[in-house]
Design a protein. Structure first.
Length: 181
């Protein structure tokens, strides 16, 4: 087994952890996107993500948007409110149940998506220039397999070890010294 494989399969430090390496890639690769979004168009990455999802699906409930964009509902709700305030999205109450709503892009939101997406796609293409076509195909296969496995692991996590996000974000596993425990 090569040293690289051994380090990934049996991490010995932070730099060996797959999640950390993926996070570093994500942070580096999204930096130009963030500058573009926030600097040129005044929208956050979260708002961009919802804008892109709405461009793909047309209309969705806030819950569907949260699920599709992999965001929690409060963050999704805040981002929707921001997009509505910027007149990039509209929120409409459903006719049969006033407690339910759907969100869709406004013409300005659609125009922004159509202007921005090609630029983001070019940044994506420039990033992938670092690897040849065989590696791009291998990367695609690897990302699909890792996503399936991560989803399986997320589903199979024991309820008692999940974070209690409603009670402040994370559950303490060990008492903090001097905290009355």
């Amino acid at each position: 087994m090569s040293a690289e494989i051994r380090r990934l399969r049996n991490p010995e430090n932070l730099d060996d952890l797959l999640n950390y390496r993926l996070f570093r890639l994500y942070a580096s690769a999204t930096s130009p996107v963030t500058r573009l979004m926030e600097g040129k168009w005044g929208i956050s990455r979260r708002e961009w993500r919802l804008l892109a999802v709405l461009a793909a699906v047309g209309r969705a409930s806030p819950s569907e948007l949260a699920e599709r964009s992999h965001l929690d509902r409060p963050r999704t709700s805040r981002a929707i409110a921001s997009l509505v305030a910027k007149e990039l999205a509209q929120r409409a109450v459903t006719a049969d149940d006033a407690r339910r709503a759907t969100v869709s892009l406004t013409p300005a939101g659609t125009a922004l998506f159509e202007e921005v997406f090609p630029q983001i796609a070019r940044l994506n293409a420039r990033l992938l220039e670092a690897i040849d076509d065989d590696l791009v195909m291998a990367l695609d296969r690897a990302l699909r397999a890792l996503t399936v496995r991560a989803d399986e692991l997320g589903i199979s996590t024991e309820p008692e070890v999940r974070a209690n996000r409603r009670a402040g974000g994370s559950r303490r596993v060990r008492p903090i010294p001097g905290d009355g425990y």
